[in-house]
Design a protein around this ligand. Structure first.
Ligand SMILES: [Zn+2]
Length: 311
């Protein structure tokens, strides 16, 4: 069995069957090298039996194992959090709030929904691994009205997602990034590309004028101009990014039956996380748990601590 990732329901139940067991795991994720007082950096603490708190032996400062994390002041039992994490990690194509509510016997859909969204908030990709080689970029409209809307760049009630994907020499898809953007103007599309694509990459786009800035930025820029109607589904080139976008839409339709624009970023982040790890199933359970422990302030220091803890 993986050090942190239980593989079966039985293993999970054996390791996280009590509040104490869950708390011990949180403690280890939060302080992998042992307790450290946030006030005086003291290394020794006594556990207060009544709450999930520890008291520094040097300055007597009390700190909760969940303080400053996504679980801060949670009223839910830790076991519910761990079960939710396990189920999200276990279901290859994610889990709906309704299913989570039923599986965990939660009293309300609202509780299940909030729980899931707290967890989804952890699925943001690190900017440490920019896309390289040939990278196709395009944007798409997601959600909102499906019928009677021209799928071009005018469907204002839909969410807009910009996608970038590496195209390998054999034509297969490599790593990818996606982001929800407010519009399809240069100011929204180009900063995304600058953020996720290595400066040495070749960027392939369609002929949308907003991408002209890429040439001025010094990117190798291939423009593929279609003479047909501007409909991404039938666009003759940029097959890789269109396949990725099509997979996103299928996943959203199949799993969630409609996604509001407000929460689209969280779903897109989860899709990306799963896509980029599709060939090497990760220690998703442990990874998300560690991210939850850093969630409230995703500073660089916090991200580094997460990376170190998972190394
Ligand atoms: Zn202290």
């Amino acid at each position: 069995m993986n050090a942190t990732n239980p593989e079966t329901l039985l293993e999970f139940q054996e390791r996280f069957g009590s509040e104490t067991a869950c708390e011990e795991f949180l403690f280890r994720w939060r302080w992998p090298e042992g307790f450290r007082c946030p006030r005086c950096q003291g290394r020794e603490a006594a556990r207060l039996t009544t709450r999930r708190q520890y008291q520094c032996r040097t300055c007597r400062h009390q700190v909760s194992v969940t303080a400053g994390t996504a679980l801060h002041k949670t009223k839910l039992p830790l076991r519910i959090w761990f079960w939710a994490l396990f189920l999200v990690a276990r279901h290859k194509k994610s889990i709906s709030a309704l299913q989570l509510m039923a599986d965990l016997g939660l009293g309300s859909y609202r509780t299940a929904w909030f729980l899931l969204h707290r967890i989804r908030g952890c699925f943001d990709e690190s900017a440490d691994f920019p896309l390289r080689g040939l990278v196709e970029v395009d944007e798409t409209y997601v959600g909102g009205t499906e019928k009677g809307v021209w799928p071009g760049r005018s469907a204002s009630e839909k969410g807009i997602v910009v996608a970038a994907v590496e195209v390998k020499d054999n034509g297969r898809l490599g790593s990818a990034r996606m982001k929800v953007v407010p519009d399809v103007k240069t100011r929204s599309l180009v900063p995304f590309i600058e953020e996720v694509v290595a400066p040495t990459a070749t960027v392939a786009t369609d002929g949308w004028p907003a991408f002209n800035q890429l040439d001025r930025d010094g990117f190798q820029h291939e423009r593929h101009v279609s003479k047909g109607p501007r409909d991404s589904v039938f666009h003759p080139v940029l097959n890789a990014v269109h396949l990725l976008i099509s997979n996103l839409k299928t996943w959203l339709r199949g799993r969630f039956h409609g996604v509001s624009r407000k929460y689209l970023p969280a779903y897109v982040a989860e899709f990306m996380y799963r896509y980029n790890r599709r060939r090497s199933p990760p220690d998703l359970f442990g990874w998300v748990a560690r991210r939850l422990m850093c969630r409230r302030s995703l500073t660089l220091r916090c991200l580094k601590a997460t990376a170190d803890a998972s190394a």
